[in-house]
Design a protein around this ligand. Sequence first.
Ligand SMILES: [Zn+2]
Length: 241
Amino acid sequence: MVVHPETGRQQNLASQFGAEDRRVVASAPADAPAVTPTQVPTATFTTPLRPAPTLTRAPKGSKPNVTVSTGRLAVVAGFSKANGVREKLTYRVEIEEGLSVNGAAVAAAIHRTLTDPRGWQAIHPVSFERTDKPDADLRIILATPTLTDKLCLPLVTGGEVSCRVEDRVVLNAKRWMYAVPAYAGQVDLYRSYLVNHEVGHALGHGHSTCAQKNTPAPVMLQQTKGLAGCLPNAWPTIKAT
Ligand SMILES: [Zn+2]
């Protein structure tokens, strides 16, 4: 029987990475508590078998990947200066490897939202600054539903929603990509809602309700679960939170 050398090599590689996956997952709780900043990928993963994290266009006819979880987070390199003089709050953007997103574009969208004049900086004495350093005050993580559920524990996100736990703001990639029906055609606005809502928790805000139908929803309303008669709104300054 003849085994094609290329096939054999790929199978070997696949089994090596498979074993590596299991080892990392199994040792994660002891070696790397969830609150510990995640390091950039190690040199052992130099031959990715999955789409590169910066892939922006899926191959023709296939859907972008938002659900296949590698379980590995990569820090988006770069720095976006605070645009205010008040107390700096630093954050770092981390994206699960294998997601069909452009990390730099995601980080830019997050920074635009956080520094928007309609955002939290108008309400809180903070200026958001993006860093890629391990000592960031806040980690803003874009992850598959599977990893979101893990990183959000003890909160239950059910593969559908996002959360903030301790220093982690975890954005569910499924929502980031597809938003929710109430935001149909306004994915960018929904992304701003998502960032502002979860960062709002980090700033100490709890949930709000829709007080009056057909008025903008408070940003701290759980808009992913429904608008209760209110209108989509991403900005804390537009309505009392
Ligand atoms: Zn919430």
